[in-house]
Design a binder for this molecule. Structure first.
Ligand code: AR6
Length: 186
């Protein structure tokens, strides 16, 4: 399904993010930037070694990526131009700053993608796999962060750089949760 918020098209799709045609694909990475399982593994496998090569350079330069922050690399063989690697929080009890960190992942990814010149960006459901963030709470945080960021951009600049933000859900539950949020009148 599709919805326009603050002048930006928001697309909700179910599937494998590595196959999604966009400018920037967001990776749910870890602070080492050296790869892992889940969507991180899938992106490195599909994109090839050029991604890891750039990740190593960033690591040498700045020692990795902190939770809530984001860095940009090539997308290698993927259809996208860039991969934005962000590091979601590991969910503990919901009172350890997880929500702010997760929102920061979305905001920093949007900022980095914008700086790289992307007009379209696709997000996986950051932290909701191996990092154990409850899917309903994560979807709510993601949606709020994206709404707030697009609202801020459009009021400052008159128009946003972005054409499309896609939420690419791998599982049925996430797709259902995002659908409910997009259908909500707010
Ligand atoms: N396309 C879209 N979404 C996917 C794909 C895919 N190909 N594969 C999995 N997902 P996770 P995290 C969904 O575990 O929780 C890695 O080892 C998945 O169903 O990939 O942020 C990193 O290196 C889930 O909804 O990321 C870190 O160490 C969502 O992507 C750690 O996992 C996120 O699940 C990060 O954990």
């Amino acid at each position: 399904m599709e919805k326009t918020i603050n002048g930006v098209r928001v697309n909700l799709v179910r599937g494998d993010i590595t196959r999604y045609e966009t400018d920037a694909i967001v990776n749910a990475a870890n602070s080492s930037l050296l790869g892992g399982g889940g969507v991180d593994g899938a992106i490195h496998r599909a994109g090839g070694p050029a991604i890891l090569e750039e990740c190593r350079k960033i690591r040498n330069r700045q020692g990795g990526c902190e939770t809530g922050d984001a860095v940009v690399t090539t997308a290698g063989r993927l259809p996208a131009k860039f991969v934005v690697h962000t590091v979601g929080p590991v969910y503990r009890d919901g009172r350890s700053g997880e929500e702010e960190q997760l929102k920061s992942c979305y905001v920093r990814s949007l900022e980095e993608a914008a700086a790289a010149g992307a007009r379209k960006i696709a997000f996986p459901n950051i932290s909701t796999g191996i990092y154990g963030y409850p899917k309903d709470k994560a979807a709510e945080a993601a949606w709020t962060a994206v709404q707030d960021w697009t609202a801020g951009r459009s009021s400052e600049d008159g128009e946003t750089f972005l054409e499309e933000i896609a939420f690419v859900c791998y599982d049925e539950e996430n797709e259902r949760l995002y659908r409910r949020l997009l259908e909500r009148k707010d």
